[in-house]
Design a protein around this ligand. Sequence first.
Ligand SMILES: [Zn+2]
Length: 294
Amino acid sequence: MNVRRLVCACLVLTGFVGAAPAWGWGAAGHRIVGDMAWHRLSPAARAEVDRLLALDAEYDSLANACIWADAVRSDRSYRWASRLHYLNIPKSESGYDEDRDCKPKTDCPAGVKCPPRDCVVSAITFYLDVLRSAEATDGEKLIALKFVGHFVGDIHQPLHAGYARDRGGNDVRVEFKHNNTNLHTLWDTVMLQNMGRWTDLAESLNNDLKDSEVAARVKVWAADVDPANWAAESNALVPELYTLIPKSGRIGDEYQAENTPLIRMQLQKAGVRLAAVLNTALAKTEVGEKGAEK
Ligand SMILES: [Zn+2]
């Protein structure tokens, strides 16, 4: 199997370089993660995901539901969630330290149940707790499912565990195929635009997981269900994303070719791990106990 082809999903919605949201794999990447997870859900988890999505007027599949958290980013009522898509780790440090890298949340609106701390690690942990809670309403669980599906994707985009000093690469101007963009957007969406339709890419990534060489890795990925480890793992990938940039800042096919395997692998990891945590969280859900509130 070709691990070197791991990089991209394309943000069809964006249309041009530089317009992508500054926090998250583009829509294509998030859909791919959701689709890959869906293929690996247990029957019980699938049934619960289906039950919750049946309550949603907009999103009819896990793949599509994974883009909701970006869709509401311009909604003032969800402004409090903007820092839940990422975290920053000082360049001089390695690994994830909760006190240093994930500050207590201070802007939770009245009446909203927010993660206790303000970063993607805390968000994933918190919303998984909501999904397995016997007290949470179905409406709360639906939101939790859409947040978890999105944030597990985000945390596997290495620059979502990047450096504060350049805002995860947002301040690093680069040129990609004669278009001005920045390093973060390049990784969120731009390179994915070169990889074809998201459905084709998801199929390719799913098929690659059947390869016997990859299967061993998949077991290791799925066994690590601690988002703090995922953040540290992404952060460890970050330095190379910079060293591969030519001094000119002009990035082309070589950079994409070098990083495509990594992108593909991160998307696969995210899909495998999203399925792993949902299978655990939703296995014990007592269906319907709080009714079908939206
Ligand atoms: Zn995001």
